[in-house]
Design a protein around this ligand. Structure first.
Ligand SMILES: Cc1cc2nc3c(=O)[nH]c(=O)nc-3n(C[C@H](O)[C@H](O)[C@H](O)COP(=O)(O)O)c2cc1C
Length: 221
């Protein structure tokens, strides 16, 4: 057999984790052991970043008071962005309606999540923004922080924890940063509620990569 075997005998767990990773928004109230949180964060910081700057920082919301502060504002943001949940018919079984129902469930129960992990990024201008256009606050290094976020999601899945990536905090970002005393050089990239999964989660539904892949030129198969 060749040295570079195409068999995935050596890494079935990795691929199983990747292929079953999805937004798991229904959580049990059971606490997440601190050693599991450590493993999750250790996976996060393994991520690559531009020039290895490792521009991430984490704020873990774990007190009832802080989670309630976050949760009440998150639910208001959800209503502002998507309207009233009551308009969502329970008979609508489309993928979109299911996602929205699950997202509302999360928003209504956000404060009950055992942990809400805020992944922050040091602010830095992307190369493409010329010096004269660098006005106001730079964005929080999204490109470098998202690999860390993905590692965190994969680690949660691998450890049997449920997690989901959320970004609606953007609608109350200033208030949140002030409340948590996040320094001006950092911004919040994602808020990830983490706990043990409640109920069953269906299979992942994604496009076939062949349908979005071209060779040498866009559109060429
Ligand atoms: C950049 C980004 C932002 C997202 N923001 C939210 C969010 O604010 N709230 C939420 O419930 N899910 C959010 N999601 C999760 C997506 O809705 C979810 O990944 C997508 O619907 C696929 O769902 P599935 O993994 O269950 O198949 C976000 C995902 C990404 C990648």
């Amino acid at each position: 057999m060749s040295e570079h075997s195409s068999s995935n005998d050596h890494e079935p767990k990795l691929f199983e984790t990747i292929h079953t990773l999805r937004a798991m928004r229904r959580l049990k109230p059971d606490p997440v052991p601190p050693e599991l949180l450590k493993k999750v964060l250790a996976a996060g910081v393994c991520a690559p970043s531009g020039q290895n700057t490792q521009p991430w920082a984490f704020v873990v919301l774990r007190s009832a008071e802080t989670k309630l502060f976050f949760g009440t504002r998150y639910l208001s943001a959800m209503r502002k962005a998507f309207g009233d949940r009551l308009r969502l018919s329970a008979d609508d079984l489309s993928a979109n309606a299911r996602t929205l129902r699950a997202a509302y469930h999360l928003a209504e129960h956000m404060h009950e999540a055992p942990l809400i992990l805020l992944v922050c990024g040091r602010r830095d201008w992307p190369f493409a923004v010329p010096a004269e256009k660098r006005v106001g606050k730079a964005p929080p290094s999204y490109g470098s922080v998202y690999p860390c976020v993905q590692n965190i999601l994969l680690a949660c899945r691998g450890l049997g924890l449920a997690a989901s990536l959320t970004t609606l905090h953007q609608l109350f970002d200033d208030e949140l940063c002030a409340q948590l005393e996040i320094p001006a050089e950092y911004g919040i990239v994602s808020a990830i509620p983490i706990g043990y999964p409640a109920g069953k989660f269906g299979p992942v539904s994604r496009q076939d990569p062949v349908s979005v892949t071209y060779f040498d030129r866009w559109g060429a198969l």
